[in-house]
Ligand binder design. Structure first.
Ligand code: TYD
Length: 209
């Protein structure tokens, strides 16, 4: 049995990652490919508990380094207990956010160095990287519209950070994709979900069963 493929979806808030994860999983299952859809932070009971600690809006929140450690701890549990076993069973894993979110948010947004974030990932998760990372990019005006519909004034602790923070996150994602073009596909996320899905399938063509 060959190992499954590990696909991550990345991008800012309201990029449509979870919709695209669902459409991709449906398309894979139609081709007879078993897959699991999962998300970060979360995906296992322990990591979902850490998600609550990270995104809840009560209290004063976390120092950026503590926040980075919690994301890395959640990811470690998720990788060990869900992602690697599924890949070893030959399933594809479609993950809504992975380590590039830590690099972009805790690094680009909150100021940890990329080397520090990657060190935490090496310790927690053996440095596991997706076979392909789909970076879904949406223009700021479209994001603002989608988030107003989705969150109203109920953004989570990280989603609710200011526009400068989210601009730094978006520019970090662009930088990572430019630095590692073999590992990233940049997808224009402004259009309708089915058009974006076609672009996702085209980007995955070389990997598809
Ligand atoms: P979520 O609601 O899952 O994301 P989205 O808004 O894209 O639907 O919330 C996850 C939040 O956590 C989001 O603001 C990004 C942030 N995050 C990090 O800061 N670092 C990370 O490593 C991950 C996985 C997420």
């Amino acid at each position: 049995m060959s190992r499954g493929k590990f696909i991550a979806l990345e991008g800012g808030e309201g990029a449509g990652k979870s919709t695209q994860a669902r459409l991709l999983a449906d398309a894979l299952r139609q081709r007879g490919q078993a897959c699991v859809i999962t998300r970060e932070p979360g995906g296992t009971a322990g990591a979902e508990a850490i998600r609550g600690l990270l995104l809840g809006t009560e209290g004063e929140g976390w120092h950026p380094r503590a926040e980075a450690l919690l994301f890395a701890a959640a990811r470690s549990d998720h990788v060990e207990r869900l992602i690697i076993p599924a890949l070893e069973r030959g399933e594809w894993v479609i993950c809504d956010r992975f380590v590039d979110s830590s690099r972009a948010y805790q690094g680009g947004g909150s100021g940890l160095s990329d080397a520090e974030v990657l060190d935490l990932h090496r310790i927690g998760s053996g440095g596991l990287l997706p076979d392909l990372t789909l970076l879904i990019e949406v223009s700021p005006a479209v994001v603002a519209q989608r988030l107003a519909l989705r969150d109203g004034d109920q953004a989570d602790r990280i989603g609710g950070r200011d526009a400068d923070y989210h601009a730094a996150v978006a520019s970090a994602f662009r930088r990572f994709a430019a630095e590692a073009p073999a590992r990233f596909a940049r997808i224009d996320g402004d259009g309708a979900a089915d058009a974006v899905h076609s672009a996702v399938m085209a980007a995955l063509a070389a990997l598809l069963p």
